[in-house]
Design a protein around this ligand. Structure first.
Ligand SMILES: Cc1cc2nc3c(=O)[nH]c(=O)nc-3n(C[C@H](O)[C@H](O)[C@H](O)COP(=O)(O)O)c2cc1C
Length: 368
């Protein structure tokens, strides 16, 4: 039996297999951030596609935290009816598939949203203490909405150079108060966000955290610092940590890391031992995402002690890849070539695989 097919528990949530759809911004909400039919259709296909766990694209916890026009939002109760529909589609059609909403704040630029800010260069230091307090609360309230909408967990985007990462990283965190300076201080925002969320969702609702293994920038955090952050989060009670990396120029970085990883495929496989040590003795599970394309690499990662395998781009071109790999004789690797055209596409248009255009072929199959 494939290790990938062995169910897994995150708290009280039974995950039917080890494939996690890593958060993927869909650009399919409407301009105000509400769930649309287009978004529901995507989750219908993903839920039926066989992954054990889906994480939605980043959803903004504040209006200023949004960085893409058609990004999902969770900063107000008015989003609840749409979010409920989204959770329902996954549960109704997913044959046990579970789903979390990833909550997110874009970072420093989001605080200078109104007013005349043309040409201004923002830094973390410009964010007022009151604004920090409000944002921490916003993460908590967003988590409460995710739970209320009927999702199985809430996920946090703590990586890739967005707000939580900006606080953690010494090159972006230029504060000199209790939020900046030492790693203890830079971690404070992450810890307070976690505590605010936990307070809102209670002990039994899983909280997932996506975090870097390295910032891959000069003067940024490396594995030593991130292992300490992960240890702290694990001791506080985060239920799953998803390993990723990088703060900027993601596409170039991923291309380089892909070459370096070679047959391991997983860009961040080198960080597994340190992160296993970081969560040792706690109940925190580990997922890893980035560059994973073949069944062989997935099985090897599970053998090395990873609990869930995260995939993003492969599910854009083949939403039913999990079913194919797990339950059909066709075990060929994902057809995704990591061309990254999808990544550039979402800045202006709805998510799709630009190379293979699977959604168009789905539409073509609908009878008149
Ligand atoms: C189109 C696109 C949208 C993405 N949106 C998000 C997002 O909303 N949140 C997030 O944490 N990562 C996001 N990512 C990063 C992926 O989750 C993942 O970490 C990265 O693509 C590497 O995994 P892969 O090789 O399986 O694609 C996105 C990536 C792509 C290509």
């Amino acid at each position: 039996m494939l290790l990938l097919n062995i169910p897994f528990r995150i708290k009280n949530v039974e995950v039917k297999n080890r494939l996690l759809r890593s958060a993927t911004l869909e650009s399919k909400a409407d301009i105000e951030g509400f769930v649309t039919d287009d978004l529901l259709e995507l989750y219908y296909h993903l839920a039926r596609g066989g992954a054990g766990f889906l994480v939605t694209g980043a959803a903004a916890v504040e209006q200023g935290g949004k960085c893409f026009g058609q990004q999902l939002c969770v900063y107000d109760d008015k989003y609840l009816p749409g979010l409920k529909k989204l959770a329902d589609v996954v549960h109704r059609y997913g044959n046990g598939c579970k789903c979390a909403v990833q909550i997110f704040h874009q970072g420093m630029a989001g605080y200078f949203f109104s007013g005349n800010t043309a040409g201004k260069i923002f830094s973390l230091k410009d964010i007022k203490q009151e604004e920090i307090t409000v944002t921490i609360k916003s993460f908590g309230l967003a988590a409460r909405r995710v739970k209320e909408a009927g999702f199985d967990a809430v996920a946090v985007h703590g990586a890739h150079g967005y707000l939580l990462n900006q606080f953690l990283c010494p090159t972006t965190n230029n504060r000199t108060d209790k939020w900046g300076g030492s790693l203890e201080n830079r971690m404070r925002f992450t810890q307070e966000v976690y505590s605010a969320m936990r307070e809102q969702v209670g002990e039994d609702f899983p909280i997932l955290w996506k975090i870097n293994t390295s910032d891959y920038i000069e003067g940024g955090n490396g594995i030593e610092q991130y292992a300490r952050v992960v240890r702290t989060l694990a001791q506080m009670g985060v239920n799953l940590v998803e390993l990723t990396g990088g703060m900027e120029r993601q596409t170039r970085l991923r291309a380089r890391l892909g070459r370096e990883a070679g047959e391991h495929e997983a860009y961040f496989y080198w960080a597994i031992d340190s992160m296993k040590e970081a969560v040792a003795g706690t109940e925190t599970a580990l997922a890893i995402t980035g560059g994973i394309r073949s069944l062989k690499a997935m099985e090897n990662l599970l053998k090395s002690g990873i609990d869930l395998i995260g995939i993003c781009r492969p599910l854009i071109c083949e939403p039913d890849l999990p079913s194919r790999l797990l339950h059909s004789p066709d075990k060929r690797r994902s057809k995704c070539t990591s061309c990254n055209k999808c990544y550039f596409h979402i800045a202006r248009q709805a998510l799709k695989c630009v190379q293979f255009d699977s959604f168009r072929s789905v539409l073509n199959n609908v009878s008149e």
